[in-house]
Design a protein around this ligand. Structure first.
Ligand SMILES: [Zn+2]
Ligand SMILES: [Zn+2]
Length: 266
């Protein structure tokens, strides 16, 4: 299994997951908040195709994730898996648009696992200011991968050994608390981003890793970094400190670029 980020952050998110072998091979798209054409080019550059997806997943309704999700599903003729409340909120993801483009909709719910070929997918609902917002666990080929961005708090990831056995973790490290406080955002937006239903700070990510990073972890990808309120070095430093505190010394850590594929991705 390979998890490949193609774009990450408030200017647009898009990823693909490749799993299985031979005739069993599947490709799944996750979010598309960037232009379709750009997503196709990024995907092709890492040996994946946005036009032959077997399924398309949506985390939540915010446009940096959802803007082009319906056209992507339509073009690939793939079913769209999303929370019911995540659709119908604007023209681009309206029910009539799904119908017009002949996109098959499949509802997802918290912990309701489903399979796409050899890939088992489990949506996990997280606290964010778009109801519902999901992260995902992916299992295939004896590997376990987890994707969590756009969440304000981390308790859900610390419960019931949720991250046990995960070898690849894509985790939000959105902002540096001080940079956000002193940065250019209006105070209402600062409160939103830093709040319980906003985005994870570098500190929250460090604390989560220190408390709950699984011993199986091999690869950590820091995602959804703010271009205005964070520096990749600060996020990397915080994550490294969290892993050290947990006694994990052999984890490869990278930052998902805002635009373009992460080359070192597993
Ligand atoms: Zn987002
Ligand atoms: Zn969001």
């Amino acid at each position: 299994m390979r998890f490949q980020t193609l774009a990450s952050g408030s200017t647009g998110n898009c990823s693909v997951i490749l799993a299985g072998k031979g005739n069993d091979r599947v490709t799944v798209g996750l979010d598309c908040g960037i232009a379709q054409r750009t997503a196709r080019q990024y995907a092709e550059s890492v040996g994946a195709s946005m036009t032959s997806l077997d399924a398309v997943l949506l985390t939540h309704c915010h446009s940096d994730h959802s803007a082009n999700i319906v056209p992507v599903a339509a073009r690939a003729k793939a079913p769209l898996y999303a929370g019911e409340g995540a659709l119908g909120l604007n023209r681009r993801t309206s029910w009539s648009e799904l119908q017009r483009r002949k996109v098959e909709y499949r509802a997802i719910a918290d912990r309701g696992s489903f399979e796409v070929g050899p890939l088992r997918i489990t949506p996990i609902q997280v606290p964010h200011d778009a109801e519902p917002t999901f992260g995902f666990l992916f299992e295939a080929d004896g590997q376990r991968c987890a994707y969590f961005t756009d969440l304000g708090r981390t308790e859900v990831l610390q419960q019931n050994g949720l991250l046990d056995g995960v070898d690849t973790l894509i985790l939000e490290s959105n902002h540096d608390v001080q940079m956000l406080a002193q940065g250019p955002y209006p105070s209402i937006l600062k409160q939103r981003v830093g709040g319980d239903l906003g985005h994870l700070s570098n500190d929250q990510t460090r604390e989560l890793l220190a408390a709950a990073a699984p011993t199986s972890l091999k690869q950590l990808v820091l995602a959804h970094l703010s271009l205005k309120n964070n520096h990749p070095e600060l996020a990397l430093e915080a994550a490294a400190a969290g892993l050290r505190a947990r006694g994990l010394h052999d984890v490869a850590v990278a930052v998902a670029p805002a635009r373009g594929p992460l080359r070192e991705s597993p």
